[in-house]
Structures are given as structure tokens and as C-alpha cells.
Design a protein around this ligand. Structure first.
Ligand SMILES: NC(=O)c1ccc[n+]([C@@H]2O[C@H](COP(=O)([O-])OP(=O)(O)OC[C@H]3O[C@@H](n4cnc5c(N)ncnc54)[C@H](OP(=O)(O)O)[C@@H]3O)[C@@H](O)[C@H]2O)c1
Length: 282
């Protein structure tokens, strides 16, 4: 998400400092920092004094967060506290990127004021991070886009790559999400930042569907062999961390409030096709 945000912000004429830890950024002026070093974060933000800080860095590996809770706490809670303090001290507006995983997934189509109840340590640590943010808390869900970033491919790229190389893939039919195209997310985040929108916003795709149906939509749009898609269920996946069954987010507040609207799935995938020349798969 961060790299796409930097690319779009640059194209709009902003001066962009791209924070990174291991993978040097393609867009913006790279500034190395470590979420585990609160003093370093304070110092860095104090030197840059940006108008806006978008805090999207995190330990995002849900299973690793479950196994390495102390590390997840240090990065996602203490790292966020330091970032929020640094932004406040520098007079920067903070956008904190949070997650659908703050919810238990029993109901789905969560609104901004629904009560969070995370079922994983990742979700819990991201929720604790929210308490430090006095600016915009942007919750999003299953981010996908046309390029690999931070050394990993997203779900859509993994699926497209696998089907293109003739591999069978198993995708769960009983997990429901509102997938979010990174370019759409970046547009919404930039608008929220420009307009200094405070409080919680679901900045997610506008369509709720199962992960399997998402895969099916991608396969159709990219004209890939749908017979390679195998139905699976969450209980077969043997994930170390629990996942919410239905963590779809209701993005109607964003649809109402923003000029850059959450995209419906077909429209978003159409953008993805346009953004991704056939030769350029991760
Ligand atoms: N991906 C999703 O489906 C999803 C869904 C909901 C919410 N979110 C939230 O959205 C945000 C962005 O997600 P993403 O998928 O784009 O994340 P990602 O690809 O895993 O990228 C994580 C970012 O954090 C940086 N980072 C990792 N360890 C760091 C450290 N010790 N110090 C400083 N920076 C560090 C990474 O930099 P390097 O690459 O240099 O290591 C990278 O830029 C996260 O806050 C996540 O919780 C993601």
C-alpha cells in the first residue's frame, strides 16, 4: 500500500518521504527507520516535519504476530504510539492504516461504530494502535494491486501468476471480504489526508464477496482457466492464527463523504487489468 500511495502522491506533486526498513522504495525519497526504535522515529519526523504522516508500516504477517506476540506488540502498538507522538509533536496530520481484522467476523459488513473484537493477535495489536491516533483511522481489507511490493506478491498477483502457469489453487469459499484495490485506497487516503478528516473511516472496496468468488472474478477478467480454481474451506487451511470468517467492511460512509469513492469489484478489477500489461506479472 505504501509504495502505491507514494507513487500517486508524487504524481500529484507532493513532496514524498517513503519510510522503509528493508526494501528500498521505488517512489519518493527513501528514509530508513525502524518501528522498534521510538527515539529514531521521533527524530526522523522532527527533521522532516511533514504536513501529513500516513502510518502504514506494520508487522502484517498474521501468523507471525500470533507466534511472536512480543515483537507484534513492539512494532504494531509501541511503533504506532511513537509514530503518533512524533506526528503530534511535528504538527503533522496522522492517517493510521488499520484493518478489518479488528472484528471477530461473526456479522460482516462492519460499520465504523461497530464494536471491535479481534480474534487474532495481529488484529488485537492493530486495534491497540488505533487508540493513539487523533487524526484519521482508515480501516481497510485485503489490499491488492498490479505490482509486488515489500518483497511479496498480493493475493491477486499470486492467483494470476498461479493460473497463468497452469497451477491448481485452493481458495476458501467461506471467508468473506471487501477486497480493496491499492490505487483506489491510495486515492481515498490522500483525500482523507488533504481534507484532514478525523475519526474512523472504512476505506475498502464496495463489494462483499467470498475469497473464492474474488478469485473467480479475477480469473474471468484476466481470461484464465477457471477449472484450476479448487474450492476449499477455512477449516482445511490449518492457519496458526484464527481469521475472521466475514470481515467485510461497510464503506458507505466513504461513499457518502469522499469524492474518490470505494470501487465496486468489477470496476476495480477493470482498473487492475488496465494497470497490468500482460508481460508484467510479479
Ligand atoms: N494487506 C492487507 O490486505 C491489509 C488489510 C488490512 C489492513 N492492512 C494494513 O495496511 C497497512 C499496509 O499493509 P501492506 O499489506 O501494504 O503491508 P506490507 O506490504 O507488509 O508492508 C509493510 C510495510 O511496513 C514496513 N516495515 C516492516 N517492518 C518495519 C520496521 N521494523 N520498521 C519500519 N517499517 C517496517 C515495510 O518496509 P520494508 O518493505 O522496507 O520492510 C513495509 O513498507 C498495514 O498497516 C496493515 O496492517 C493491510
Amino acid at each position: 500500500m505504501g509504495s502505491k500511495l507514494a507513487q500517486i502522491a508524487l504524481a500529484r506533486g507532493h513532496e514524498v518521504f517513503s519510510g522503509y526498513a528493508h526494501n528500498e522504495p521505488e517512489f519518493g525519497r527513501g528514509v530508513k527507520f525502524d518501528l522498534l526504535d521510538p527515539a529514531g522515529i521521533l527524530d526522523l519526523v522532527d527533521r522532516m516535519r511533514p504536513d501529513v504522516v500516513v502510518h502504514s508500516a506494520a508487522l502484517t504477517d498474521v501468523d507471525r504476530c500470533e507466534r511472536e506476540r512480543e515483537l507484534a506488540y513492539k512494532m504494531n502498538v509501541e511503533g504506532t504510539r511513537a509514530t503518533a507522538m512524533a506526528a503530534e509533536k511535528a504538527g503533522s496530520f496522522l492517517v493510521y492504516i488499520s484493518t478489518d481484522y479488528v472484528f471477530d467476523g461473526l456479522a460482516g459488513m462492519y460499520r465504523e461504530d461497530d464494536s471491535p473484537r479481534p480474534v487474532s493477535y495481529y488484529g488485537y495489536s492493530k486495534l491497540l494502535g488505533e487508540q493513539f491516533c487523533r487524526g484519521c483511522i482508515a480501516r481497510t481489507c485485503v489490499i491488492y494491486g498490479s505490482h509486488p511490493a515489500s518483497g511479496k506478491v498480493n493475493f491477486a498477483l499470486w492467483l494470476i501468476n498461479s493460473l497463468r502457469s497452469g497451477k491448481e489453487v485452493r481458495v476458501v469459499t467461506d471467508q468473506f471480504i471487501t477486497p480493496t484495490l491499492n490505487t483506489n485506497l491510495a486515492g481515498m487516503v490522500l483525500e482523507a489526508a488533504d481534507r484532514r478528516l478525523c475519526g474512523v473511516y472504512n476505506l475498502a472496496g464496495a463489494t462483499r464477496l467470498s475469497r473464492y468468488d474474488f478469485a473467480m472474478e479475477l480469473a474471468k477478467a484476466f481470461d484464465l482457466d477457471r477449472a484450476l480454481l479448487r474450492r476449499s474451506r477455512m477449516e482445511d487451511m490449518k492457519w496458526p492464527a484464527r481469521r475472521p470468517k466475514d470481515s467485510s467492511l461497510d464503506a458507505s460512509k466513504a461513499t457518502r463523504m469522499l469524492a474518490c469513492k470505494p470501487l465496486a469489484i468489477k470496476e476495480a478489477i477493470k482498473h487492475l487489468v488496465d494497470e497490468m500489461p500482460e508481460t508484467e506479472v510479479g
